[in-house]
Structure formats: structure tokens, C-alpha cells
Design a protein around this ligand. Structure first.
Ligand SMILES: Cc1cc2nc3c(=O)[nH]c(=O)nc-3n(C[C@H](O)[C@H](O)[C@H](O)COP(=O)(O)OP(=O)(O)OC[C@H]3O[C@@H](n4cnc5c(N)ncnc54)[C@H](O)[C@@H]3O)c2cc1C
Length: 110
């Protein structure tokens, strides 16, 4: 794994033979037979801020019960976790659903 490196260009004659990497102020060629492009994504969180939901960077601020700063709105999954994995999404999803159920049952939930 090469960290802090950026692909400058793909090199090869008629086929992929390597990539030129920008790294540590210079460029160097690393040989490879294939290139898999991971373009990434840009989070769209402006609408959450517009609703007055408190954020921590691009994450929604939520407690263990997944309650946000806006009463009655709960958040789960990649929105609330730096660990973006399915088990984390399941756990927070269950907590958010449970909290929403408790809120709806209030004042009958004891
Ligand atoms: C390529 C890739 C591979 C991954 N591999 C793994 C893996 O092997 N193991 C693992 O644990 N995790 C993996 N993950 C991470 C995992 O997929 C996420 O952490 C998890 O899916 C997050 O769940 P979520 O419910 O927060 O979001 P999502 O699963 O993204 O669900 C959000 C849903 O909301 C919908 N949606 C979005 N906007 C709106 C809207 N305006 N109105 C209505 N619906 C909307 C979307 O269509 C989507 O169905 C991978 C992620 C990627 C991208």
C-alpha cells in the first residue's frame, strides 16, 4: 500500500504496464498490469444543515440512542459513523428505530 500518493498517468504501450505516481514531491513509475479506478464520492449534507441538524464535519451528531439535535429526528448508518461498515449501519439502524418507537409510544412507554 502506497500512502500519500496520487496517480499522475497510466503508462504502457498498447496495454497497461504501470502508473506514474506523484509522491514526496517527485514522480516515480510503479509497474502493474491493471488499474481499478475508484473515483470516490462527494457527501451531500447541506440539506441536513438546512434542517438545523447539528453536524460534526460531514457526520450527523447523534448520541448512542441515535437522536440528533432536532427532536424526533434520528440518524443511523454511514451518516453517523466514521466506521462505514454494514454491522455499524445495522447497529445504529436498530438503535434509531428503537428510539423512534420509544418516542412514538411516549408517554405510554415505561
Ligand atoms: C463499494 C462498496 C463496498 C463495500 N463493502 C463493504 C463490505 O464488504 N462490508 C461492509 O461491512 N461494508 C461495506 N461497505 C460499506 C457499507 O455498504 C455501508 O457502510 C452501508 O451500506 C451503510 O449503510 P447506510 O444504511 O448508512 O447507507 P446505504 O446502504 O447507502 O443506504 C442509504 C439508502 O438511502 C437511499 N437514499 C439516498 N438518498 C435518498 C433520498 N433522498 N430519498 C430516499 N432514499 C434515499 C439510497 O438509495 C440507499 O438505498 C461498502 C461500501 C461500498 C461503497
Amino acid at each position: 500500500m502506497l500512502l500519500n500518493a496520487e496517480v499522475d498517468r497510466i503508462v504502457g504501450k498498447g496495454r497497461v504496464e504501470g502508473v506514474m505516481l506523484r509522491r514526496d514531491g517527485g514522480t516515480s513509475e510503479v509497474g502493474c498490469g491493471n488499474v481499478l479506478v475508484c473515483a470516490g464520492s462527494v457527501p451531500q449534507e447541506e440539506w441536513l444543515r438546512g434542517m438545523g441538524i447539528a453536524m460534526d464535519g460531514i457526520l450527523v451528531k447523534a448520541g448512542p440512542d441515535c437522536a440528533t439535535s432536532v427532536p424526533g429526528i434520528f440518524a443511523a448508518g454511514d451518516l453517523v459513523s466514521r466506521i462505514k461498515r454494514i454491522p455499524q449501519a445495522l447497529a445504529t439502524g436498530e438503535a434509531a428505530a428503537y428510539s423512534a418507537y420509544k418516542l412514538l409510544k411516549d408517554p405510554y412507554w415505561k
